[in-house]
Design a binder for this molecule. Structure first.
Ligand SMILES: *Cc1c(COP(=O)(O)O)cnc(C)c1O
Length: 375
């Protein structure tokens, strides 16, 4: 039997299957979730901007400190809708060091994918590389706040302003991150979240567009619902990108637990910081931003060391993930331009260690021992 390979473990381990994966989907209190299901069964409204989606949107606007949150089916759909909303054409420049959806969503829209290489310390788009790219025929830039670490927002906005480029931030990892005392998600024409089961905050599957502009938000609301304004009035080209009520119920339950989730993740990261030797390095995190502990990436000296540590971990039933490998500029169905040397180098030696509430101290020590064994 051929088993599909998912992007990360969405299968939670059980007592007789003690696998430790890079992440484990957070599950809230079952009774609380059941109470929301009771509400769904009582109202009979399952989707189409129902009360739970509306409630979650309002609570997220408040929690994140942003003007408009528009919930959608997944993060990839959020990116796709954002490109349409902003009328992108021609070439769009993104980073080669990301999850494949950042770039494939651009190609899926019939747009040409361009890359600007990353900065070796922050692992986010290097503004100097962006400025040095051929920006003729480029309509937008899609930088990523990789691992919750904000990219160089002021420089990117300056370059985008000078060349009339739209900015869409792929903020799939940046849930709840503040920058300069404000939500990072307020940046750009649109910022996009993924609320997939493997993410810090999730709704099984889900995504969101974060939009500051009221008119753009109104357009996006129509666009995710086939372009329909009201019965018998279809205003524009649209798609079905709606989130359903069960997904929103999951989000409402998990949002109550965010303090607990963030504290648990911070504690694990601090433990790793103490336990893991300095033969591996971490990205340099933006000092103007808060941390959300979305991932715990370590950079080995070289790929051989990474493979050796991974083998030792796998032998103990521990499955870290090579986020992000391969570098997206190596995918010839997306791109055939200049090689992105920094991204390729980083992709060959970066590993994300298991990180989720409930990862116990003994496991953390075993993980650190494997990483340290290749010092
Ligand atoms: C997860 C992720 C996406 C895709 O989100 P989905 O909700 O899985 O469609 C896009 N970009 C980045 C950086 C991601 O990590």
């Amino acid at each position: 039997m051929v088993r599909p390979v998912w992007s990360a473990s969405t299968v939670t381990s059980s007592a007789d299957d003690p696998m430790i994966n890079v992440t484990k989907s957070y599950l809230p209190d079952r009774r609380k979730f059941d109470a929301y299901l009771d509400r769904i069964f009582a109202s009979g409204q399952l989707t189409n901007g129902g009360p739970l989606v509306k409630e979650l949107q309002a609570r997220l606007e408040d929690y994140l400190g942003v003007r408009h949150v528009l919930l959608v089916a997944n993060g990839t759909m959020a990116l796709t809708v954002a490109y349409r909303l902003l009328g992108l054409e021609g070439r769009v420049i993104t980073t080669p060091f990301s999850f494949v959806a950042t770039a494939s969503s651009i190609a899926w829209q019939g747009l040409e994918v361009g890359f600007a290489d990353i900065d070796a310390d922050s692992l986010t788009m290097d503004p100097a590389r962006l400025a040095a790219s051929d920006l003729n025929g480029v309509s937008a830039v899609v930088p990523v706040h990789v691992f919750g670490n904000p990219c160089d927002v002021p420089s990117i906005e300056r370059i985008a302003g000078e060349h009339g480029l739209k900015v869409i931030y792929d903020a799939a990892h940046a849930f709840g991150v503040d920058y300069d005392g404000k939500s990072l998600l307020t940046k750009g024409d649109v910022s996009v979240l993924s609320l997939h089961a493997t993410k810090l905050f999730h709704t099984f599957e889900g995504g969101a567009l974060i939009i500051n502009d009221d008119e753009l938000y109104a357009q996006a609301c129509r666009m995710i619902n086939f372009g329909i304004v009201r019965q018998e009035s279809i205003a524009c080209l649209g798609i079905n990108a709606k989130m359903n009520e069960v997904e929103a119920a999951m989000g409402l339950c998990i949002l109550d637990d965010m303090d607990k989730i963030l504290a648990a993740r911070a504690e694990i990261c601090e433990d790793y910081d103490r336990l893991i030797g300095d033969h591996v390095s971490s990205p340099s995190y933006n000092s103007k931003a808060s941390r959300n502990y979305s991932h715990y990436p370590v950079l080995f000296r070289d790929e051989a060391s990474l493979l050796q540590a991974t083998q030792m971990l796998n032998e103990q039933g521990i499955n870290p993930r090579r986020y992000f490998c391969p570098s997206l500029d190596t995918l010839d169905f997306l791109y055939r331009g200049e090689a992105m040397a920094v991204s390729r180098d980083v992709a060959s030696r970066v590993l994300c260690l298991p990180l989720y509430p409930g990862l116990d101290k003994v496991s953390r020590r075993r993980i650190a021992e494997c990483v340290n064994a290749v010092a």
